[in-house]
Write a protein that binds this ligand. Structure first.
Ligand code: ZN
Ligand code: ZN
Length: 133
């Protein structure tokens, strides 16, 4: 099933469109996502790279770790997307920046070794110590 959905950052400078299945959705508990987002976890939807299209704006880029290009809004700071050299044919997009994140629930946890001990969300979903690609 192909879903066509849009999203963007808080200030509206960055807008994007996804056209692909929104079935691979993971809560990432790694400390890098935590620090760069300011959130206690980041929920990512993974799609083929060609399923992603910028509609407006030019993102800022930050690399962390050195294998990951993370794309942000230079105005409001929202973390929108990530492309890793480990899987350059796919792109991860933050579910929280979708226009309708409520329609895209997670189906697994990744990097659970770094999970905050007091954080309880979607208990019962499969867990991965790191991430299987
Ligand atoms: Zn913005
Ligand atoms: Zn992460």
């Amino acid at each position: 099933m192909v879903d066509v959905v849009e999203g963007g950052c808080h200030c509206g400078a960055l807008r994007y469109r996804l056209s692909g299945a929104l079935g691979d959705v993971a809560h990432c508990h790694c400390s890098i996502c935590r620090r760069v987002s300011g959130g206690t976890l980041v929920t990512w939807v993974t799609l083929p790279f060609e399923a992603f299209q910028w509609l407006a704006g030019s993102p800022q880029r930050y690399m962390a770790p050195e294998t990951c290009n993370r794309y942000f809004c230079g105005s409001c700071g929202a973390h929108v997307a990530l492309v890793t050299t480990r899987s350059p044919d796919s792109i991860d997009v933050t579910v929280a920046t979708l226009d309708h994140p409520e329609r895209v629930p997670a189906n697994r946890h990744i990097w659970v070794g770094s999970r905050l001990p007091w954080l309880q969300v979607d208990q019962g979903l499969p867990e991965e110590d790191e991430e299987r690609l």
